[in-house]
Design a protein around this ligand. Structure first.
Ligand code: FE
Ligand code: FE
Ligand code: ZN
Length: 284
């Protein structure tokens, strides 16, 4: 991180199937200097134990190559505001375990979808998420947990900045809670990313506080603004378009935040191309 301001930190989701160090090598091979990974199977299930030597080797690689912060991702099945007790128990357990595992890579980010309240109402959903976070966060953790901005599909919590602000404000250790902004999701959520991104950030600042924005998910969307669908597209191949994405990565107020691509690709070469494209459009 020696170049500070001038760096674009960009990467994509990588498979953790071959361990931590393998992800660092994959990242280097595609020109990435940050990345995301699922802490376990994205559909849930047990987590593989971390090998301390593997984690140490990745930490050395990240430092040597000046990586930005990593943005781990919780499984999609995690729903801390489910009505069902068992589903909420899984969310609590999963968050707890994942946060313990994240301490092998201290000081990074752990992003999760706030959840779906399925019929309980937004207010109750938010209360339940706060309850779970108050149980799993600990004073001395080094990881910042990120709430992802959502597309507002179905009964999803987090489609409006106000909902994320309410969660943060309810959490006792709110200093450990930030936000990850997903470009596909906020456009689908009816924020004017294409026409007035600066105004969207003003609103984010007013409602949540820009100092709490810690990471970006950089995706195009298969659908128009306000569609509430959450179907990602490759950069420049969706309704958002390349130029709006280029404005996001060059926004002075977002300097230094890790940018994670979650575009549908067949292989790492697809991500390497997008990373090269966005680097070529970065003005430093
Ligand atoms: Fe996500
Ligand atoms: Fe995302
Ligand atoms: Zn999405």
């Amino acid at each position: 991180m020696s170049n500070g301001e001038k760096q674009l930190y960009i990467g994509c989701h990588l498979s953790s199937a071959n361990g931590f160090l393998a992800m660092g090598r994959d990242a280097l091979s595609i020109g990435a200097n940050t990345f995301a990974f699922f802490t376990r199977n994205p559909r849930g299930g047990a987590a593989k134990p971390v090998k301390p030597d593997d984690a140490a080797a990745l930490r050395a690689l990240l430092q040597e190559h000046g990586f930005g912060k990593l943005v781990a991702h919780a499984p999609y099945t995690l729903n801390p505001c489910a009505a069902n007790d068992k589903t909420r128990d899984f969310a609590r357990l999963c968050l707890q375990e994942d946060l313990e595992r994240m301490e092998y890579l201290p000081g990074n980010y752990y992003n999760f979808h706030p959840g779906s309240h399925v019929g309980q109402g937004m207010e109750r959903g938010i209360e339940r998420i706060i309850e779970v976070l108050n149980e799993v966060l600990s004073e001395n953790q080094s990881t910042t947990v990120l709430l992802e901005t959502m597309a507002g599909k179905g009964s999803e919590v987090g489609g409006r900045f106000e909902e994320l602000a309410a969660i943060r404000e309810g959490v006792r250790l709110s200093g450990h809670v930030g936000v990850c902004l997903d470009t596909c999701h906020i456009s689908d959520g009816d924020y004017d990313l294409i026409g007035d991104f600066s105004g969207v950030l003003d609103e984010f600042d007013r409602v949540i506080g820009l100092e709490h924005l810690k990471a970006l998910h950089i995706n195009d969307s298969q659908n128009v603004r306000g569609a509430h669908k959450d179907r990602h597209a490759r950069i420049g191949e969706g309704a958002i378009g390349l130029e709006a994405i280029v404005r996001v990565i060059n926004e002075p107020r977002l300097r230094g935040l890790p940018c994670i691509l979650e575009t549908p690709q067949d292989d790492l070469a697809g991500y390497a191309k997008e990373i090269a494209l966005l680097r070529s459009r970065y003005r430093g």
